[in-house]
Structure formats: structure tokens, C-alpha cells
Design a protein around this ligand. Structure first.
Ligand code: SER
Length: 323
């Protein structure tokens, strides 16, 4: 029986992952944890944890007999640029704290499996942008991307050197309707739906032809759980896996919204976030994820738009707030 701790449970991925894991493993076996307000998302236990407090994480892991730990607390690309040192400290030390704990627990005969999210932001301007391979030049330009690239190296190091069972995905931009946009460059693709549902014209902070890799939340959750459930010997990549969902640009997204919601209008005013997007891939080659643990995306643009338009509330206050 698995006992699962999700740190960063109030965030975009965390909130939906807690719900999915509670359905899979039983609500009593999933502990939601965050520095923010208590939210259960289908689990029965909540604990306040600051991921920078290694002692507190160890206490909770011991108290509940945790066997799997998801460390999701982080600052994203745009918020990271507003506070680079804070982003570096949170993103790196948060990861190091859980890797060190897993190393100690492993040495004591109490294995702790770790999941940590990487991102397309780990790539940079010299990475091949189309069908970006698993192994490619990585020269990230944001503090967030630099922390993800360094984090990937740490994950592989802790696996190779200490046998820590750590697994990771380079998430594309994740689109979802349960939490509000949370400080990312790809978040235009969420904000656009909120404007559409309010009947407003959307001013896009990226230019119309800015193609980025994206994934709809149900696919992102499925990929995460599939990777964590895969037998260890099949997980050949211990840095982070490329996982493709779909790729589109703001013009293509807006066109599909107009098809389903005639009258929707968009205008373009690229700002500082354009420079970040311009360094990221357009599409990903996820051959390794397909071969190693059977990954295959299932949600395309038409279905994504239909589902977002159905579920995004017209009143933004109905959303819970992400960490
Ligand atoms: N969605 C993230 C961002 O835009 C990328 O991982 O910051």
C-alpha cells in the first residue's frame, strides 16, 4: 500500500493530482501539504509544510509512513523573474531537501519514491525548436529554467550515486480550469478562456505565431501517474522525460475558440514574456516516454477548447487560489 505526500498541493498541478491520487489510492492514503491555506481536494489530511523546512518534511514523512513524495512547490517563469534569488532558493533547496530525505530513508531501508516536475523552460535559444529531442543543447535563459535544468542534473545524480528512485517530466504549458493562471509564460492559454467566458476581447501578451508545446491537465495527470507507476527498470531517463501533448500558437487557439464561441475577439500586445517564449521549443519529441512507459497524448485542440469553454466559470472569484 502506498502512502503519498503532495507538497505544493494548492497549486495548478497539485490540486488536481491530489484528487486523482485520492481516487486511485484511497483518500486516507494521500496527504495534501502546502504553505498556503488548508485545502483537501479529495484527500482526508492536510499538513502545513514549507518545503524549505527539511525537518518538518521529515517529521510528516515519518508520521504518516510516506512511501511516495511529490515535490511541486515552485515559482514559475514569470514570477521567478520578479524575484530570481527567491525562485532559485525555493526551486533548488525544495528539491534538495526531498532528495536528501530520500537518500537517508533509502540508506535506512525505508525507500521513498520522489516525483519532481521539470519543464520545457529547461531548454533555451540553441535547443532545436521543432520536435526537440530528449537529449539536446539546454541553455535556459530564465532563473526558473536554470533551476529546472540544474534540478534535472540533481535528480539523475541522486539516482546514479545513491539509488534514489526519482522520476520527472518536462511539462509543456499545462492548461486547466480549476486554478487561475499562476505566473507562467504559457498561461495566456488559460487567461484567454476566462476573457472569452466573460464576453471580453482578450489582449494576448504573446504574438500570434508563438507556437509552444502544451498539454491539457487530464493528460498531464495521466502522464504523471503512469510514470510513477511504471516499474523502475523501465524508467531509463532519470533527469526528466519529454512528454508531448499538443502544439499550437495564440492565433490557432483563438481560431478554434471562435469556431466554438462565435464573436470572441483577440488582439496582440507582446510584452516581456515574448522574449521568454521565443527561447522555448515549438514541439517535443517524446519517443523515450512512449517507449519506456507507454505514453501517448489523447486530447487535441478541439476537445481542449470544448472542455475549457464548458468548465471555466464566467466569474473568476469562483476559482480557488493557487499557491
Ligand atoms: N508553464 C510554465 C511557465 O510558463 C513552464 O513550465 O512558466
Amino acid at each position: 500500500m502506498e502512502r503519498i505526500l503532495v507538497i505544493g498541493a494548492n497549486g495548478q498541478i497539485g490540486s488536481e493530482l491530489v484528487e486523482a491520487l485520492s481516487l486511485q489510492h484511497g483518500a486516507d492514503n494521500v496527504i495534501a501539504a502546502d504553505i498556503g491555506p488548508r485545502s483537501l481536494f479529495g484527500a482526508t489530511c492536510y499538513e502545513t509544510i514549507d518545503v524549505l523546512d527539511a525537518g518538518r518534511i521529515a517529521t510528516i514523512v515519518d508520521t504518516y509512513g510516506i512511501t511516495q513524495l511529490y515535490q511541486l512547490a515552485a515559482l514559475l517563469s514569470v514570477t521567478g523573474e520578479q524575484a530570481p534569488l527567491k525562485a532559485w532558493t525555493l526551486n533548488m533547496n525544495g528539491l534538495l531537501n526531498v532528495l536528501e530525505l530520500a537518500r537517508e530513508r533509502g540508506a535506512a531501508g525505508k525507500p521513498l519514491k520522489i516525483f519532481w516536475p521539470s519543464s520545457i523552460a529547461a531548454f533555451g535559444p540553441h535547443t532545436p525548436a521543432v520536435d526537440t529531442p530528449q537529449l539536446a543543447v539546454m541553455d535556459p535563459t530564465t532563473i526558473y529554467g536554470i533551476s529546472k535544468q540544474a534540478g534535472e542534473r540533481l535528480c539523475e545524480y541522486y539516482f546514479t550515486r545513491f539509488g534514489v528512485d526519482v522520476r520527472s517530466i518536462r511539462y509543456p504549458g499545462i492548461i486547466s480550469h480549476k486554478s487561475p493562471p499562476g505566473g507562467g509564460t504559457t498561461d495566456y492559454a488559460i487567461a484567454i478562456f476566462h476573457a472569452a467566458k466573460r464576453g471580453e476581447r482578450y489582449t494576448c501578451f504573446l504574438g500570434p505565431e508563438t507556437t509552444l508545446p502544451m498539454i491539457y491537465m487530464p493528460d498531464a495527470i495521466r502522464a504523471t501517474i503512469q510514470l510513477m507507476d511504471a516499474p523502475g527498470e523501465q524508467v531509463r531517463i532519470r533527469s526528466a522525460y519529454n512528454v508531448a501533448g499538443l502544439s499550437f500558437n495564440p492565433r490557432e487557439l483563438a481560431e478554434e475558440i471562435v469556431r466554438q464561441l462565435p464573436g470572441f475577439r483577440i488582439q496582440y500586445q507582446p510584452d516581456h514574456r515574448q522574449a521568454i517564449a521565443d527561447t522555448w521549443p515549438h514541439s517535443l519529441d517524446d519517443t523515450y516516454a512512449r517507449a519506456d512507459w507507454g505514453w501517448k497524448a489523447s486530447i487535441g485542440l478541439q476537445e481542449l477548447v470544448r472542455d475549457m469553454l464548458e468548465h471555466v466559470p464566467a466569474a473568476p472569484e469562483k476559482l480557488h487560489h493557487a499557491a
